[in-house]
Every structure is written in C-alpha cells, then in structure tokens.
Design a protein around this ligand. Structure first.
Ligand code: UDX
Length: 440
C-alpha cells in the first residue's frame, strides 16, 4: 500500500521505517528540513537501537522516502499522523498545534483513492475528544479517521512497532465508516495481525483514553515504588528487596517497580499532566487527583538525590567536583526531554558544584545543544578528581564499571546510585562509600 507518515520524530520516523519494512511504499513528511535530509540519506537523527538498519535498508530499496512537501503525500491511501503533542508553556494542557496543523494541511490532499477508501490514522497522544473533533473536520474530504494509539517505548521502538503487545483501533460511530476503517487498517497491519497480536476495536474516546490510562498506570507504578523508597529510607528497609517480594505476586508483577530518581522523558510526565487538565475540563478532576501525588512523589526523588549529594559532600557543593554518569532520561536513548538526570545535574551545578557529565549517546548532543555544560567522553574521564560520583542513567557501560579501576581516578570514592543499578557489596568491597535509593 502507499502510506504517508506526518511527523518524523521518534514515533513517526520509526513508524515510517517499520511500515516500509512490512513492504509498504512509504513517504515520511516533516517540516524540519535538516531532519528530513538526514532520514532521506538513511541516517537516524536520534539514537534508537535497530532503527538505522531498517531505515537505510528501506531507503536504499526505494520503498521509503522523506519530504518537507505535503504535496508528496497526495498519492498515499493511508496517512498516519505522528506529530508531537508537548506540554503547553505555563499550563498542564497538551499543545495540539502540530496535530491541528497536520490535519489542516493534509485535508486538501485527500480524496478518492483508486485502491480503496482513504484513511487518516491518528497515532499521536491526544486529549480525549480530539479524534471526534478531527473526524468532523475531515468529513467533507471523504476520508475516514481511525484513532490508533502508539505504545512504543524509546530504546525498544522498532520491536514495539513491529511486534506490539496490542493494537487498538478507535473507530467512527457510523457502522459503514467503521468497517471501512477497520478493513483498510487491517490490510496495513496484515503481517502484524498474522502474528496473533491482539487487536481491539473501540470508539474514538476509548482509544484515546487507553493510551493515557496506560501511561498513567505506568507512572503510578513508578511513583508507588518511589513512595515505598521513602518509607524504606525512614526505616532502614531495602526497597529493591521489597519490590522483588511484592512482584512475585502476578497481580502486581515485577516490571516498572525500579525505585530511583523517577520518571522523565517526552511522554509520562506530560501525558499525566495533560490527562489531569482534560479531566478538569470534563468536570471530573477528582477522578485524577491521585496523579498530582504521582507527579509530586516523582519530583521529590530529584530533591532527595540533590540532598543526598549535598550531605555526602559535607553540606555544601561549593568548590566540589561532581561526576554525573548519564544525561538521557533512560538508557538506550539520547532523549533528554524532562530528563531527571539532567535536572539533578543542573540543580547541583547551580548550587556551586563543578559538574562533569558523561552519556554514551546523549553526550555529543549535549555538547552541541548546551555548550556551557562540561561533557566528558566516558565515565573515567568524567570521574577524574571527583569528590562524588552520581549514577543517574543506568547505561550498560555504567552498570559494568569496574569499581576498583574507577576508584583509582577519583579524589574521594563516594558514589550515589540513583537507579539502584549497581551491586552495593562489590562497590563497598572496592573501598567505595555506596548510597542507593531506598536501600540501607
Ligand atoms: C513510555 C511508555 O512506556 C510507552 O508505552 C509510551 O508509548 C511512551 O511513554 P518511554 O517514555 O520511552 O515510554 O519510557 P519508559 O520505559 O516508560 O520509561 C519512562 C521513565 O520511567 C524513564 O525515565 C525511566 O527511567 C523511568 N522508570 C521506568 C523508572 O524510574 N522505574 C521503572 O521501574 C521504569
């Protein structure tokens, strides 16, 4: 099939490459000419394991092209919208500027397609009610709108797109339109559906809510275990053992119970806030007041690590050198949007410390985007002469550090493990003072 993908960020670019990998003829459209040029040459504009391989393979095969010109998507039968919905400045609301612009610019290019019904498929995370509004706007074009939320995780984006846990279609109320939408999208995803991936058919509102409910649940799990970490800190208990023990209960599960410096990134923080905002507009804000607590528990973890660090340095950051391992919001990504690691590093620096940051993927980007930050190439260079080492993003490279070798280069062997990613016994045995999160 001929497919277009509007918006070539983490979501859109990976989706475009994966659709081409399934054998479709795909054009990705984005307003950012630099990004489009990189993608068109088969190079990834961001770090995502496995992405560049499928990108370059499909670009070379001629199945995948990129453009800044909306006219280039006119021949496509299915148009995916994968633009961002960031948090609005000064508000919790989602900024729908890019979604609205995509639909408005797309509309004149829609019409009868020789191969069958024309479909517009929303993948962006939007406030509930958006799809119904956009469907009305698209009605005169004859195109059918399906809301098909995306659940991909950065670092696993290719795997999550080609082999998702489930696929959700939010369909129009009209039965004929719904059937056209379902059948056409089934044809796009035929290879995925052949793998027996569950496909759930819902209305628009449910599909929109599934996405924000899932992210809210994940954020709640993380803040729950971080709240337990606060209890562990007050009592001398160990949150990692607690998480393992409760996780043995299948109803709870072990995943997303890693206590530490909390969640960040381009999705969880802004999605729970936009969800609270939308609940307020709908007059049901009380239903989501718990998310305020989820958000503030998450913030408190950042304060906690800054306080731990100050305490470790004898009450002041002035004149102290601090090595920060990690800048990305999580490993296997160079994304620093709302990164707890970067936020903690900035707070420590603003209080007088001399901070050196290292990150295997985000490092080069950090140098380019924030030239005032001191960036080192690796952990040993960053830690040279340091009074304190903070592990804030649990990259494999950091988890596998040799504590004895790192001890040789620091001024003072004191480590705060903000992700509980290291073995305290091994670090202590090598002469380090080790402090984790919620563990004695
Ligand atoms: C998330 C959702 O997982 C994904 O389904 C959705 O489509 C987009 O948002 P992502 O933002 O890529 O994906 O990252 P995720 O793996 O969910 O991690 C989010 C944050 O939570 C990271 O900062 C991570 O370090 C933190 N986290 C995760 C914890 O602190 N503890 C955990 O146990 C798990």
């Amino acid at each position: 099939m001929k497919i277009s993908v509007i918006g070539c960020g983490y979501l859109g670019a990976v989706h475009a490459a994966c659709m081409a990998e399934l054998g479709h003829e795909v054009v990705g459209v984005d307003v950012d000419a630099q990004k489009v040029a990189l993608l068109a040459s088969g190079r990834a504009p961001f770090h995502e394991p496995g992405f560049e391989e499928i990108l370059s393979r499909n670009v070379e095969a001629g199945r995948l092209t990129f453009s800044t010109d909306f006219a280039d998507l006119a021949g496509a039968q299915v148009h995916f919208i994968g633009v961002g919905t960031p948090q609005l400045d000064g508000s919790y609301a989602a900024d729908l500027t890019y979604v609205d612009a995509a639909v408005t610019t797309l509309a004149p290019h829609l019409g009868e397609h020789p191969d069958g019904p024309t479909l517009v498929v929303g993948k962006s995370t939007v406030p509930v009610g958006t799809a119904a509004r956009l469907a009305e706007q698209l009605a005169p074009t004859g195109a059918t709108l399906v809301w098909n939320p995306e659940f991909l995780r950065e670092g696993f984006a290719v795997q999550d797109t080609i082999s998702p846990d489930r696929i959700v279609y939010g369909l129009p109320g009209d039965a004929d339109l719904a059937e056209r939408g379902r059948a056409t999208l089934d044809a796009v995803y035929a290879d995925l559906l052949a793998q027996d991936i569950p496909r759930l058919l819902t209305d628009y509102a449910t599909a929109e809510l599934v996405k924000v409910a899932a992210n809210s649940f994940l954020a709640t799990k993380i803040s729950f275990i971080n709240a337990m970490a606060e209890l562990c800190e007050a009592t001398g208990a160990d949150v990692t053992a607690l998480a393992e023990a409760i996780g043995h209960d299948d109803r709870i599960g072990k995943k997303f119970l890693r206590a530490g410096i909390g969640f960040g990134g381009g999705c969880l923080p802004k999605d729970i806030r936009a969800f609270m905002h939308r609940a307020g507009e709908l007059g049901v804000d009380q239903a989501l007041t718990f998310l305020r607590e989820v958000d503030s528990i998450n913030d408190r973890r950042r304060d906690h690590v800054v306080n731990l660090a100050r305490h470790a340095l004898g009450g002041t950051f002035e004149g102290k050198k601090v090595a920060v391992l990690g800048a990305a919001f999580k490993p296997d990504s160079d994304d620093m949007r709302n990164s707890p690691a970067l936020d903690i590093a900035a707070r420590i620096e603003s209080q007088g410390a001399d901070v050196v940051i290292t990150d295997p993927a985000a490092g080069p980007r950090l140098r380019e985007e924030r030239p005032y930050v001191t960036v080192a190439d690796d952990a040993h260079t960053a830690a040279a002469g340091a009074d304190l080492v903070l592990l804030l993003t649990e990259w494999k490279q950091f988890r596998e550090l040799d504590p004895a070798a790192l001890r040789e280069v620091v001024a003072r062997p004191y480590l705060i493990d903000g992700r509980n990613a290291l073995d305290p016994a091994a670090w202590r045995a090598a002469g380090w003072t080790y402090a984790g999160i919620g563990r004695p």
